[in-house]
Design a protein around this ligand. Structure first.
Ligand SMILES: NC(=O)c1ccc[n+]([C@@H]2O[C@H](COP(=O)([O-])OP(=O)(O)OC[C@H]3O[C@@H](n4cnc5c(N)ncnc54)[C@H](OP(=O)(O)O)[C@@H]3O)[C@@H](O)[C@H]2O)c1
Ligand SMILES: *[C@@H]1O[C@H](CO)[C@@H](O)[C@H](O)[C@H]1NC(C)=O
Ligand SMILES: *[C@@H]1O[C@H](CO)[C@@H](O)[C@H](O)[C@H]1NC(C)=O
Length: 372
């Protein structure tokens, strides 16, 4: 049996789903000769560490208890029974992560799994452990941090940062490794904006679509977080940097679907939804009609080409994979020498705790080959 110790950073929607997946995959993994051992779990204020990080891990019942407490909105430190664990807070938590990563990293294939929203993972990457990220932050801040992380390319995976569980990064990486030069990547990388664009095509008004999407829970609490295109830009940045471009978020041209005078600094979410939104209906309706008159459809995409990454509305052929897209799926088209006229297309659900956590788990297992 190969035992894989992991430290989970972040115990929110994705982190908890990952714990559920790990528990329910126990027998599958044991048939594959693998046991996953949780040796540490953290939230934003503390870290729980198993008493015997060398041999044992947290029991299923204890992991379920952690999920229970966190889904009730309480901090880890409010757990009454710490199982066979120690609780560390503040600086002590970070110091412990670093110390476990140093002692287990090189010898055991310890994976530090970042399902948080902080930017600290970069600190452990040089300690010899494996790193799996769902969190985009460490990859989209300074280029130096990105380069430091990916320089350990045998020991790092971040599939879930783009398209959740979809194998977008794995596909791009395989094409690059084969020496096939990628000339263009076009992707619809926001489920919310994919949904909005296909509803627009049906002739509905933008304001109605956004309000309906919000009430269905398809958007962030403030839908402007989706409509700004910033999340798509972060994914575009990760893909661009994978291609070896030394660019920053500020180098990406981002078209927001609302004007700056309707931004969060000038308007509350309620005012935006009731007073701002409908004023955008007419212009978008015209753009959809213009595209349609040329036999095209309008999509909100990230286009990576000629050393540039642009994020915004684009007219695309109706009969392309992106043109055929309906609903909230993500779609990515990759063009290269081998995939010149007929691109490599990856499509499917690109968000959600379940698919994101599944992508993280597959990354953890994938990394273990180097320690076989
Ligand atoms: N949900 C998706 O569909 C999806 C898809 C792709 C990528 N992601 C990314 O995956 C990550 C997790 O997403 P989520 O939806 O699970 O978020 P979430 O529900 O907000 O959970 C975030 C978790 O991270 C913890 N955290 C925040 N700062 C931390 C720090 N400095 N150290 C340790 N833990 C910290 C939070 O602690 P508290 O509990 O104490 O607040 C919380 O447990 C995010 O970076 C997100 O962008 C999510
Ligand atoms: C993900 O988990 C969070 C926290 O449990 C929850 O609020 C959210 O609705 C979940 N999202 C999806 C798409 O299931
Ligand atoms: C990106 O930011 C870094 C600082 O992190 C800076 O050194 C570099 O010049 C910037 N690159 C571009 C292309 O603006």
């Amino acid at each position: 049996m190969k035992s894989i110790p992991i430290i989970l950073l972040g115990c929110g929607g994705v982190g908890r789903q990952l714990l559920h997946h790990i528990i329910s995959c126990r027998s599958l993994h044991s048939k594959q000769g693998i046991i996953i051992r949780l040796v540490g779990v953290s939230d934003s204020s503390s870290l729980l560490v198993s008493d015997d990080i060398m041999l044992s891990g947290m029991r299923n019942e204890f992991l379920a208890e952690i999920c229970h407490v966190k889904s009730a909105g309480s901090p880890l430190k409010s757990l009454l029974n710490h199982g066979h664990c120690q609780l560390y807070t503040g600086q002590g938590a970070l110091e412990n992560i670093v110390s476990i990563a140093s002692s287990l990293g090189r010898s055991t294939g310890l994976a530090v799994v970042d399902c948080s929203a902080s930017a600290e993972t970069e600190q452990v990457s040089s300690l010899g452990c494996c790193v799996v990220l769902a969190n985009k932050k460490p990859l989209t801040c300074a280029i130096e941090d990105f380069e430091k992380l990916v320089s350990h390319f045998r020991r790092i995976r971040f599939e879930s940062t783009v398209g959740a569980g979809l194998p977008v990064i794995a596909s791009v990486t395989r094409v690059i490794s084969s020496g096939d030069p990628i000339s263009r990547i076009v992707g619809s990388l926001s489920g919310t904006l994919g949904y909005v664009m296909s509803e627009l095509e049906e002739g509905k008004a933008f304001s109605e679509i956004v309000r309906a999407a919000k009430s269905l829970g398809y958007t962030e609490p403030d839908p402007r977080d989706d409509l700004s295109g910033m999340d798509v830009a972060r994914k575009g940045l990760i893909l661009s940097r994978l291609l070896g471009w030394r660019i920053n978020l500020s180098d990406i041209k981002i078209e927001s679907l609302y004007p700056s005078e309707f931004g969060p600094d000038s308007m509350s979410t309620e005012d935006f939804l009731s007073k701002g939104l409908w004023q955008l209906d007419e212009k978008l309706k015209e753009r959809v009609a213009t595209a349609s008159s040329k036999g095209n459809v309008l999509r909100y995409v990230c286009v990576i080409e000629d050393s540039r990454c642009n994020v915004g509305l684009q007219e695309l052929p109706k009969d392309s994979a992106l043109g055929r897209l309906r609903g909230s799926d993500n779609v990515v088209e990759i063009y290269s020498r081998c995939y010149k006229n007929s691109p490599l297309v990856i499509q499917g659900a690109g968000a959600g705790n379940d698919t994101t956590a599944a992508g993280v788990l597959a990354d953890i297992i994938d990394l273990q080959d180097i320690f076989a």
